[in-house]
Write a protein that binds this ligand. Structure first.
Ligand SMILES: Nc1ncnc2c1ncn2[C@@H]1O[C@H](COP(=O)(O)OP(=O)(O)OP(=O)(O)O)[C@@H](O)[C@H]1O
Ligand SMILES: [Mg+2]
Length: 367
C-alpha cells in the first residue's frame, strides 16, 4: 500500500532519512518511534509530499507519488498533528468540513458528513458545531483534528504525535477511541510517537528509528521478544516484557514433553512413572496422542487398593489452551479453577505440552 524504495532525505550534508526501504500494508497501523531528530516527522511528511525525498521513491497503491499532484494527494490523506492542527479563524464545522469543501461537495452533504463525524468522535454536533478551536479543551481539539482527517474518508491517515500534548487520561481515552475507530474503519495509519507504551498499544507494526534509519520493523510482540540489537532493547526497556505478560506466548514457556500415560494402564504403572520422572501428575493421552485428562498422584494413591486402571481416576474437566494463548489467559484459568496445570492442545485435541505454575514462575522470574 505505501512503499518506500531507497528513500533518502538530506538537508545540505546532514542526512535526515537514510536509504529507507519499507512496505506498509493496507489496513495496518504502523507506528514510527525513536529519539528526537531520528527522522520520524520527515518520513511521515514525505508520504503526503510536504517534504520531497532527495533520492528514492515512494509508492502508494503502486503509483509513484512524485507523479501525483501534491494538493490532490494531500486531499486524499488525513493528516493530524500535535496542537496547532486546527485553523483558529474557522469554526468546528468549517474545520471538519474543510477537505469536503475543497473537494466541492455540496453543502447539505457536507453538513451531514460533519455531523456524522462529530458524533463519531464523541462531540455533540449541537454543542460544538459553531464553536471555535480556542473554545475547546486540548483533548476536544485533538478529537476534532481526527474528525477532520477522516472527513473525506481517506484510505491513509498520517498522525504526528497527535496525542503528545495531552494529559495521560485524555490521551488514553483518545488512544482507545482510535483503536475502536480502526476496528470499524480499517484505515492505513502511520502514527508517530515518542511513547513506547502508546506504540505497543496502537501498532500492528512498529518501526524503531535511529539516525534516519529503521533498525527494526516488526510486530510489537516480535520486537518485545526479539529486539534486533542493543539499542532496540534499551529503547523498549528491559523490564517491559515482564510488565506485559500478554506478550508471552504459551508455546514459549510450555513443557514440551510432559509425562504421559495411556488410560488403560494400571495405577501401579502410573505410580511407577510418577516416581521415575519425579512428577505428581500424568497427562492421560490415547494412542494417537489426544488429550483425555490428568491423573494426579493423590487420586492414584487414594484408589490404589482397588486395582483399577488410569481411566477410572482421570480428571477430564481440565481447561486447556492453545499454543498461541498468552500467559494472562493461563493465569486466569489457574486462578478460576484453582489448578496448577494447564494442558496445551492443538485444534485436533492432540496434547502439545503443559504449563505448570513452576514454568510460569521460571519465565516471569527470569525476565
Ligand atoms: N528544514 C530542515 N532543515 C534542516 N534540517 C532539518 C529540517 N527539518 C528537519 N531537519 C533535521 O532532520 C532530522 C530529522 O528531523 P525530524 O523532524 O524528522 O525528526 P523527528 O524524529 O520527527 O524528531 P522529533 O521527535 O523531535 O519530532 C533532524 O536532525 C532535524 O534537525
Ligand atoms: Mg517529529
Amino acid at each position: 500500500m505505501i512503499s518506500f524504495k531507497n528513500v533518502t532525505k538530506k538537508y545540505g550534508d546532514s542526512v535526515a532519512v537514510n536509504n529507507l526501504t519499507v512496505d506498509l500494508e493496507s489496513g495496518e497501523t504502523v507506528v514510527l518511534i525513536g529519539p528526537s531528530g531520528c527522522g520520524k516527522t520527515t518520513t511521515l511528511r514525505m508520504i503526503n509530499r510536504l517534504i520531497e525525498p532527495t533520492e528514492g521513491s515512494i509508492y502508494v497503491n503502486e503509483t509513484d507519488i512524485s507523479k501525483i499532484n501534491p494538493v490532490e494527494l494531500r486531499r486524499n490523506m488525513g493528516y493530524v498533528i500535535q496542537q496547532i492542527g486546527l485553523f483558529p479563524h474557522m469554526n468546528i464545522a468549517q474545520n471538519v468540513g474543510l477537505v469536503p469543501y475543497l473537494k466541492d461537495w455540496d453543502e447539505s452533504k457536507r453538513k451531514q458528513r460533519v455531523e456524522e463525524l462529530l458524533n463519531f468522535v464523541g462531540m455533540s454536533p449541537s454543542k460544538f458545531y459553531h464553536r471555535y478551536p480556542n473554545e475547546l479543551s486540548g483533548g476536544q481539539q485533538q478529537r476534532i483534528g481526527v474528525a477532520r482527517a477522516l472527513a473525506a474518508d481517506p484510505e491513509i491517515i498520517l498522525m504526528d504525535e497527535p496525542f503528545g500534548a495531552l494529559d495521560p487520561i485524555t490521551r488514553a481515552t483518545l488512544q482507545d477511541e482510535l483503536l475502536q475507530m480502526q476496528d470499524k474503519l480499517g484505515k492505513t495509519i502511520v502514527f508517530v510517537t515518542h511513547d513506547m507504551d502508546e506504540a505497543l498499544k496502537l501498532a500492528d507494526k512498529i518501526a524503531i528509528m535511529k539516525d534516519g534509519e529503521v533498525l527494526q520493523f516488526d510486530s510489537p510482540e516480535n520486537i518485545l521478544r526479539n529486539p534486533s540489537n542493543e539499542f532496540v532493547e534499551d529503547f523498549i526497556g528491559k523490564d517491559r516484557l515482564l510488565k506485559r505478560p500478554e506478550y508471552i506466548k504459551v508455546k514459549d514457556i510450555m513443557i514440551k514433553e510432559p509425562v504421559t500415560i495411556r488410560p488403560e494402564r494400571t495405577l501401579t504403572q502410573a505410580l511407577e512413572k510418577m516416581r521415575l520422572h519425579k512428577v505428581d501428575s500424568l497427562m492421560v493421552v490415547d494412542e494417537s496422542g489426544n488429550f483425555i485428562g490428568i491423573a494426579t498422584s493423590n487420586d492414584v494413591l487414594e484408589n490404589f487398593g482397588n486395582g483399577g486402571t488410569v481411566i477410572e481416576i482421570t480428571r477430564k474437566e481440565f481447561n486447556h489452551v492453545t499454543e498461541d494463548a498468552n500467559v494472562n489467559q493461563v493465569l486466569s484459568i489457574m486462578a478460576q479453577g484453582q489448578v496448577g496445570y494447564v494442558p496445551v492442545i492443538d485444534d485436533d485435541k492432540r496434547l502439545l505440552g503443559l504449563v505448570t505454575r513452576s514454568s510460569l514462575v521460571n519465565v516471569l522470574g527470569k525476565s
